[in-house]
Design a protein around this ligand. Sequence first.
Ligand code: PMP
Length: 412
Amino acid sequence: MSAGELGAVTAGPPATSEQWTRRYGDALMNTFGTPRGVLVRGEGPYVWDADGRRYLDLLGGIAVTVLGHAHPTLTAAVSAQLGTLGHVSNFFATPNQVALAERLLALARAPQGSRVFFTNSGTEAVEGLVKMTRMTGRTRILAQEGAFHGRTMGALALTHKRAYREPFEPLPPGVEFLPFGDAAALEAAMDDDVAAIVLELVQGEAGVRPLPPGFWALARRLADRHGALLALDEVQTGIGRTGEWFAFQHPDLGAGVQPDVMTLAKGLGAGFPIGAVIGFGAAGSLLGPGQHGTTFGGNPVAAAAGLATLGVIERDGLLAQARDLGTRLTRALAQLPVVSDVRGRGLLLGAQLRAPAAARVADLAMEAGYIVNPVTADTLRLAPPLILTWDQVAGFVDLLAGLTPADLEEAR
Ligand code: PMP
């Protein structure tokens, strides 16, 4: 097919970043503000903008593109499935959907009876989680301050940030936000009317904040004692992000203690939209016939992307690679004069700066060809592809090493 023919059914002739940005502003709802750039191509950990500039993608589509961009195996798997059977209604099963569910349950070492529901996004996976909590017959949910679980109404009810919530109230009731990582507050709030404790082992959007040691195990004990569900949102932390398949398997994070309900999305399709909510053991049967549904969830192409993603991570040893690079990056960043703290595990890292200059430093990095996210006023978030190597990222560390605390003050 010629470029002209393809152009007739795709975005059309090339334009500059400036032209696309203007058209974006006219055609798209202004929910994200002005785009930071217009990206047209990717390869490995790199992306190119409409003006031909190359960037190292240290944000990975916000913890999504675990295999980097345009990975040949992912591309082949998705193309082959799309060219074979692109979609079926949920009156039918497909082999990909079944195989992906089985694979996820095996990787999570989920017990007998555990089951998966596929979605198209993280927030939808959380909606499934919320519905599962309602099936307990209880409505109280204990969440954490700083939590982010998505933007649809049920997920938003679990999301703490006021600015995200307030315009849309009333939200589904019953959610209580407890001070982050406060064991005494959790113990005090816990009772036999609690449907679920909902946690992230590392709060990504709150600045890459891991729960304090022991908190997860305490939540497990309290949930068991009071017959509540322990629900874990691994939308950001799952699929190798922390150097383990799931954060709950990380010795420093969940130490292998399983949740009852777990959500996934982001990295699961490595850029193809797919999410999942998993019920462990008895929780696998909380939702029965007629109690939930979706047209696209578990679509055979999305499931092919999921299978290819998990397959490549395993085949290429990307968990170990992410662990090793994460350790090396953490050490390197922690030594920099402008960095006061490095949080997170594997390739979900938050580098806290000595001043609230994250936005300015992210701008400087972008000018130098690095995409990094100022997740809070003082913290840069790194969530790069798991295929990233030290040689590729060393220049970014050098860039930060060239800054002094005085530069940060100037940048404010
Ligand atoms: N949960 C967590 C922990 C997340 O980080 C996010 C996305 N940042 C979501 C849920 C929502 O996922 P999505 O954007 O795919 O709806």
